[in-house]
Design a protein around this ligand. Structure first.
Ligand code: PEP
Length: 245
């Protein structure tokens, strides 16, 4: 399976900037073996999807509600994202868990809703700095995996240590190798043989300069990229560093 390089644009870009960024990514996608995905703010999913039609770059949302419709002011349902052209959705990002109080249980419900809507979920897990300092990182990630992933699970997991997100600090290759091996073990424990093939992305200050070494770590199935995905050239350089399938 090719590695997946996913860009999380967070709350960045006005519409014209998002379309231009998507076009920049698509323009350089030729010959890249990795699967490419960009996740603009929900408001721009439709315009970006239209701009990317006929290209190998897919579009995803950054969150969706657990219900497929209803009285939920300000929320966006999975079928709406799908209708706008998204085929993926990021769920349980640490910024959602922190800023919106999202629990493992809620992330699990959202994951079920996303799959029902025809979206492939990318479920994020990862420990904070205190938890890592206390040696609790595998315990925390183990609980998150057990609580956030429905059975069966048709999606991707992203390991994103919170202390490495947007900080310029990257987990060492050894940290990544240990955690991804642990996640693989947990996935096999939860899902049997199916757990062997679930892609596990690394996220946390990935950039062109460190992508090749991080993407070469065993059990790393790609990268979830925040800041560096806002520059098409940098994002494409990360994608070129990805391993072929
Ligand atoms: C993210 O927010 O998913 C992320 C990995 O951000 P950054 O690459 O900026 O650390």
């Amino acid at each position: 399976m090719p590695q997946l390089i996913a860009g999380n644009w967070k709350m960045h870009c006005l519409a014209a900037e998002a379309v231009a960024l998507a076009q920049g990514v698509a323009a350089g996608a030729q010959g890249i073996e990795a699967e490419l995905l960009v996740c603009p703010t929900a408001l721009h999913v439709e315009a970006v999807a239209r701009a990317l039609q006929g290209t190998p770059v897919a579009v995803g949302g950054q969150d969706c509600h657990q219900a497929k419709q209803g009285a939920h002011t300000g929320d966006i349902a999975g079928p709406m994202l799908r209708d706008a052209g998204a085929t993926w959705v990021i769920l349980g990002h640490s910024e959602r868990r922190q800023n919106h109080g999202e629990t493992d249980e809620l992330v699990r419900e959202k994951t079920l809703a996303a799959v029902a809507a025809g979206l492939t979920p990318i479920v994020c897990v990862g420990e904070n700095a205190d938890q890592r300092a206390g040696g609790q990182e595998t315990e925390v990630v183990g609980w998150q995996l057990a609580g956030s992933l429905p059975k069966p699970f048709a999606g991707v997991v992203a390991y994103e240590p919170i202390w490495a997100i947007g900080t310029g600090k990257t987990a060492t290759e050894e940290d990544v190798a240990l955690m991804h091996a642990f996640i693989r073990e947990e996935l096999v424990r939860q899902f049997g043989d199916d757990g062997q093939t679930i892609r596990i992305l690394y996220g946390g200050s990935v950039k062109a300069a460190n992508a090749a070494s991080l993407l070469a770590v065993p059990n790393v199935g790609g990268a979830l990229v925040g800041g560096a995905s806002l520059n098409a050239g940098e994002f494409l350089a990360i994608a070129r560093a990805a391993q072929a399938g």
